[in-house]
Each structure stands twice: as structure tokens, then as C-alpha cells.
Design a protein around this ligand. Structure first.
Ligand code: G4P
Length: 534
């Protein structure tokens, strides 16, 4: 059992043992493989290959999933819980494609740390960089796993330098690879003075560990070929001179990342990484909220919705709101207050996501992710409490970068279209604007691909063919400010005004010039490109 009492000694043990994190990586770096090994060691699956197999089965179910597969992206939501060494890990899946940045951003509001996976031959790739920047906005602690060390990879110093330079974060080696490519034999665990040897013959076998008494221990030469050992000792000497040593506080503050080297497919280095998440990863953190922040050890339960997924089971038209528990000890059947509507909600069928199945959650602690099936009451950004009017902050909605008009293939089905659009808007998959003049809707997204995904889902889930068409507008800004000024502004600019899916006022335009004009002509009106989801 790991010592988990170090970073917050005052937390109740059930909360202190929780680690809630996401994996960030560029497609193909090994996120799925690593996830699978986590689940394997967490006892959540019995055999490697199950997650992928399950994924394939799900994907072939529909055109949409087929499209997802073809493009190599992952849009299916999941949060997985598993136990390891006395710890409870909650792994929240981040959508992989750059088009889904808003969704990804919100997912990252629900975690306390991120594991960054990079490919040892490719280093820091574009998507990793983007996701890293998002983590940086929240100062999320990052632990790094350099994968595919069984293949020809870059020089270790070069990899570390690249991370330091591209991401402007201190990197400290937690392990050091010995040999590369075909000659890769394993790693030296710098934190615990151990030699970990990789077994190429059996991919699922856990590495053999040999306790080493310092770098002049003769046991090293028994296990490492002489030419590799010499090079390794030289590198270690240099590393100790040039690279910073591990500072747990700097890791928690997001200024330093420890890096482990390994090969997920060979189950190598994964346990060390999991130990690392336990030792150096943060426990559930304080959640920013208004009028006051929420501490995980508070006895009263609270949580917030960071993701809504509709139609997870197409037979049941259900919606699941993914809730990150911010504080307390939740028990199934509890009545919580839905702060936005001030209404009580009995949470009788919460679910926990275990690898491939959902299971009723009898209880949950701060740090956990539960799914609450509902009929649309719960929206992204909503807070649930035991009565106090707290609202979690920091879950933004971004102005869409692409706008298109949408029409139902069959004009008689316009009402159905509205329903479908509202549902996707609630999921956060698109913004839907109803212009104050004329009929029809304008849909806003962040990436072009989302229009295709939407059209395909509306057809599949609602049996409604739709057409997206060019809109006269290209930008949207939320309108706020002095009520009288806003009234005057909306009345004189009716052809540019719409309501978004929450009923908030939006200014639609083609030109930056228009936005600048509003700032000049209406000093009491504020146009913003983001809005807090509440
Ligand atoms: P992703 O979720 O980040 O996109 O990556 P994924 O785990 O799917 O891995 C991408 C490819 O890299 C897969 O190969 C996977 O087997 C391989 N891979 C993962 N970890 C390692 C590793 O440690 N060493 C090596 N050599 N390869 C690794 P694929 O050919 O695309 O799929 P598959 O046919 O092997 O399933």
C-alpha cells in the first residue's frame, strides 16, 4: 500500500486515496493500450484486448461510429474507475480529435491531474501540445509516460529537452531507459534504485524487478550487457548533473513533470507509472465555485456536471450527466438540490463506469465520477448540493468558430429538428441559435467535422435527414451589460440578434468591424467570446 497521506494529511482516507486524472496524447501514441493496461492491473478487465474489442463492437454498430473509426477519433464518453495498491483511480477519457477542443477543455475541468503519453520516436506532437496548453490554463499537474521504448526511439536527453523547450515545464526523470530499439532491456528506477527488466517474450508479463544498491552495485553488470551499462552509467551521471531532481511540490503545482519510460504494449513501465500517480499525483483538489470554493473534505455532498451524453443506449433515449463529486460522501438515493432550478432531485440510479460496464453506484466520494441518468434536467455546468446555493465556476462555453444554417430534409419535421438540436446543444456538441427574425436555426461548432457528426447523429438517432447550408454569419458573441443599453442595442440590431439554446442573447455577424463598432457605439454593452456554463 502506498503512502497516500502526504499531500493533504487532513483528508478523510477514502478521499485521500482517490486519484482522478485524464490521459492526454496525440493519436497513436498509445493511450488506448495504456488505458487497457491500467484496467488490467486495476482488476477491471481480465485480459488485454478487451477494451479494444469492446470498442470495435460498439463502433460497428452505426455509421456514426464507423465515421469515428475511419477518422481515428474517439468521441465516445467514458469515465473508468479501478483500484490499484489501495488507491482508487478515476480515469476520465478525453476526446482525441482537435475538433472537439471545447469538450476536451470541459473534461479537463473534472480531473486533478493528467498523464501525458508521448511516443518515444516522435516526441511532443501537435495534439499533445494543444492539450498540454489546456492543462496549463488550470495548472494541472502532469505526469509523463514516454511509450514505445521497445522500438527505435530518440535519444533520452533529446526527448527530455524537447518537452522542456516546447512545453516550458521542468522535466525530471523518474526512470532511465537502458538501450534503445532491439537492444532496449529495461529501465533503471531512479526513485527507488531498482532495475526493471522487460520481457519481450510475454507481453502481459510484469517486468522483473531487481533491487540495486546504488549504481556501483555489481548486480547491474549481471543483468545489463557491458556496452549498454557503460553508456547508461555515463548518461546517468550527466542526467544527475544537468536535470532537476524530483520536487513533489513543483509537480503538484504543475511546474515540473516526472517522466517514466516504458512500453505499454509490453506492460513495461506501467506499474511504475501507476505508483507514480499514487505518490506524486494530487488527491482531490479544492473546486472553485461561487460564492465560495468547495473543499473535498466538506461533509456535505456537492458535485458538478462536466459532460452530458445522450442516447448512450439508443433503445432508451436516456441521457447521462457525468458528475464530478466535489465534496463529501454521496450515498445512493440521496436528495440533492439542483442549484440552477432550485429543485430537489432524488439520485436513485447513479452509475459508476467500470471498464466496459456501468454499475449502480451505492456510494461515491469527492473525486469520483458518477453518471446520473436523467431526462434533460441536468446540463453542463450545473451544480448539485445538499441545499447550499453554490455554483461551480470555470466551466466555459466558447463562441463557435463556424456557423451554418440547418434545415430538415422534410419541412413537416421542423419541430423534431428543434428537439434534436436542443439535445445536442445540451450535450455541448454544438451551439444552437434562434435568430430573432425569420425561421430556422443557426448551428455553431468549433470544427467542420462536427457538422458531419451532427448530421449523421440526427439522421441516426431521430430518423431525420438534415441539410447544413451556408449562413450569412460567421461569428457569434454573447451580449451582456447594462439592461437598458442591451435593450436598446438589441432593438436597433434585430437582424443580428439571436437567442442561444439557454435563452441568452447573442450577436451574430460576419465582420470583426461590426464587433468593434458595437464597442464604440454601445460602451455599456459587453460582447464576449466565452460564457460560463451555469
Ligand atoms: P492511441 O489510443 O493513442 O491512438 O494509441 P493505441 O493505444 O491505439 O496505439 C497505437 C498503436 O501503437 C497500436 O498499433 C498499438 O498496438 C501500438 N503500441 C502501443 N503501445 C506500444 C508500445 O509500447 N510499443 C509498440 N511497439 N507499439 C505500441 P496498431 O498497429 O495501430 O494497432 P494494433 O493492431 O496493434 O492493435
Amino acid at each position: 500500500m502506498l503512502d497516500v497521506s502526504s499531500n493533504r494529511p487532513d483528508l478523510p482516507p477514502e478521499i485521500a486515496r482517490r486519484r482522478t486524472f485524464a490521459i492526454i496524447s496525440h493519436p497513436d501514441a498509445g493511450k488506448t493500450t495504456l488505458t487497457e493496461k491500467f484496467l488490467l492491473y486495476g482488476g477491471a478487465i481480465q485480459m488485454a484486448g478487451q477494451v479494444r474489442a469492446k470498442g470495435e463492437a460498439r463502433r460497428t454498430r452505426s455509421d456514426f461510429m464507423q465515421m469515428e473509426k475511419d477518422r481515428g477519433i474517439s468521441v465516445s464518453a467514458s469515465a473508468m474507475s479501478f483500484d490499484f495498491n489501495g488507491l482508487r483511480f478515476n480515469l476520465v477519457d478525453t476526446p482525441g480529435h482537435s475538433d472537439f477542443s471545447e469538450d476536451t477543455y470541459r473534461t479537463l475541468t473534472a480531473v486533478d491531474a493528467a498523464v501525458m503519453v508521448i511516443d518515444g520516436a516522435k516526441g511532443v506532437e501537435s495534439q499533445t501540445q494543444k492539450l498540454f496548453e489546456v492543462c496549463r490554463l488550470r495548472d494541472l499537474p502532469i505526469l509523463t509516460f514516454c511509450n514505445k521504448m521497445d522500438r527505435e526511439s530518440r535519444d533520452t536527453f533529446e526527448i527530455i529537452d524537447e518537452i522542456q523547450e516546447n512545453l516550458a515545464i521542468d522535466v525530471t526523470p523518474a526512470s532511465w531507459p537502458i538501450g534503445t530499439g532491439k537492444e532496449f532491456v529495461g529501465c533503471y528506477d531512479l526513485l527507488r534504485d531498482r532495475l526493471e527488466l522487460m520481457d519481450r517474450a510475454d507481453r502481459n508479463k510484469i517486468a522483473e524487478t531487481i533491487e540495486i544498491n546504488g549504481l556501483d552495485d555489481p548486480k547491474l553488470s549481471e543483468h545489463v550487457p557491458a556496452h549498454l551499462l557503460d553508456q547508461f552509467l555515463e548518461e546517468i551521471e550527466m542526467a544527475r548533473e544537468l536535470l532537476p531532481t524530483l520536487d513533489p511540490q513543483a509537480v503538484l503545482e504543475g511546474h515540473m513533470t516526472p517522466i517514466w519510460f516504458g512500453s505499454a504494449i509490453n506492460s513495461f513501465g506501467v506499474k511504475e507509472l501507476m505508483d507514480g500517480i499514487g505518490r506524486y499525483g494530487p488527491q482531490p483538489q479544492v473546486q472553485s465555485a461561487s460564492p465560495r470554493n468547495i473543499s473535498p473534505e466538506e461533509t456535505k455532498v456537492s458535485g458538478f456536471v462536466f459532460k452530458v451524453q445522450a442516447n448512450m443506449d439508443p433503445k432508451h433515449r436516456d441521457r447521462v450527466a457525468f458528475v464530478r463529486m466535489a465534496a463529501g460522501h454521496f450515498k445512493r438515493g440521496m436528495k440533492l438540490t439542483h442549484v440552477r432550478t432550485k429543485k430537489p432531485m432524488a439520485i436513485s440510479n447513479p452509475v459508476l463506469f467500470l471498464a466496459s460496464d456501468r454499475e449502480l453506484a451505492e456510494e461515491a466520494w469527492a473525486g469520483d465520477i458518477i453518471g446520473i441518468p436523467n431526462h434533460g434536467q441536468l446540463r453542463i455546468g450545473d451544480t448539485l448540493t445538499e441545499g447550499e446555493a453554490l455554483r461551480v465556476s470555470g466551466i466555459p462555453s466558447f463562441a463557435p468558430e463556424l456557423l451554418q444554417g440547418v434545415r430538415a430534409g422534410d419541412p413537416l419535421k421542423a419541430k423534431h429538428l428543434e428537439k434534436a438540436l436542443m439535445q445536442f446543444a445540451e450535450e455541448g456538441a454544438a451551439k444552437v441559435f434562434k435568430p430573432s427574425i425569420g425561421s430556422g436555426f443557426i448551428v455553431g461548432v468549433v470544427g467542420q467535422l462536427q457538422f458531419e457528426v451532427l448530421a449523421s447523429r440526427i439522421e441516426m438517432e431521430y430518423g431525420l435527414p438534415v441539410r447544413f447550408e451556408q449562413s450569412q454569419f460567421t461569428s457569434a458573441r454573447w451580449v451582456s451589460g447594462d439592461a437598458q443599453a442591451v435593450d436598446k442595442f438589441t432593438n436597433t440590431n434585430k437582424q443580428h440578434i439571436a437567442l442561444d439554446n439557454d435563452g441568452d442573447i447573442v450577436f451574430l455577424t460576419r465582420l470583426q468591424w461590426d464587433i468593434d463598432r458595437v464597442a464604440r457605439d454601445y460602451p455599456d454593452v459587453v460582447l464576449t467570446a466565452t460564457k460560463e456554463m451555469m
